[in-house]
Design a protein around this ligand. Structure first.
Ligand SMILES: [Zn+2]
Length: 189
């Protein structure tokens, strides 16, 4: 079972769930979050947009000496460029990448869980466990299984929030800016 995007209605493994400040609970796929003109998507976009203070900057470039620590994170573009200076010569070009903390969160997939349950049932009851397995995976139980998935993920969400279990890694936002180094300063291209 995959989370279903509230905007396009598609079930997509990479849908993310967001609890907005007003308490609204939105599940939305990355493409709706990025591009949809739907009101819900707009609200979600605004709510999950990284704040300026949460953005970091990294420098990349073919010209950078091999001993430069690629993708080190800096608070500002200026700091990132300053650190790269020693690894460049006049005429070199570098690119500054804007990075934001990933909002990835784990998700309990009920299909995997049901498979695990069926293995457990089989270990205990062997062939005799078949009716149980057929029952829990049967059509009559679809809504009940969805309900279990929602409730388990609510519990997971509360647990993640309580212990502040966050991805912690940074990924490119897609915003970049190139600079040419003249030996002393950087010129924005
Ligand atoms: Zn969508």
């Amino acid at each position: 079972m995959k989370r279903q995007c509230h905007v396009c209605g598609q079930k997509n493994g990479s849908c993310n769930r967001y609890i907005l400040k007003n308490g609204q609970d939105i599940t939305i796929c990355p493409s709706c979050l990025a591009f949809s003109g739907d009101e819900t998507a707009k609200i979600a976009r605004q709510a999950v947009k990284p704040k300026k203070s949460e953005l970091m900057y990294s420098v990349i470039g073919d010209a950078l000496a091999a001993d430069y620590e690629n993708l080190d994170l800096y608070d500002t573009t200026e700091e990132a460029l300053k650190e790269a200076k020693d690894f460049l010569k006049a005429g070199d070009i570098v690119t500054v990448l804007e990075m934001a903390e990933s909002d990835w969160q784990p998700y309990i997939c009920i299909d995997s869980l049901l498979e695990e349950f069926q293995d457990q049932a089989f270990s205990e009851g062997g062939e005799a466990s078949e009716p149980w397995c057929d029952f829990v995976t049967g059509k009559a139980m679809t809504a009940a299984v969805d309900e279990l998935e929602d409730e388990l993920n609510d519990v997971l969400q509360r647990w993640l929030d309580k212990y502040q279990v966050e991805a912690g890694w940074y990924k490119e936002t897609g915003k970049t800016c190139s600079y040419s180094f003249d030996g002393t300063d950087f010129i924005r291209l």
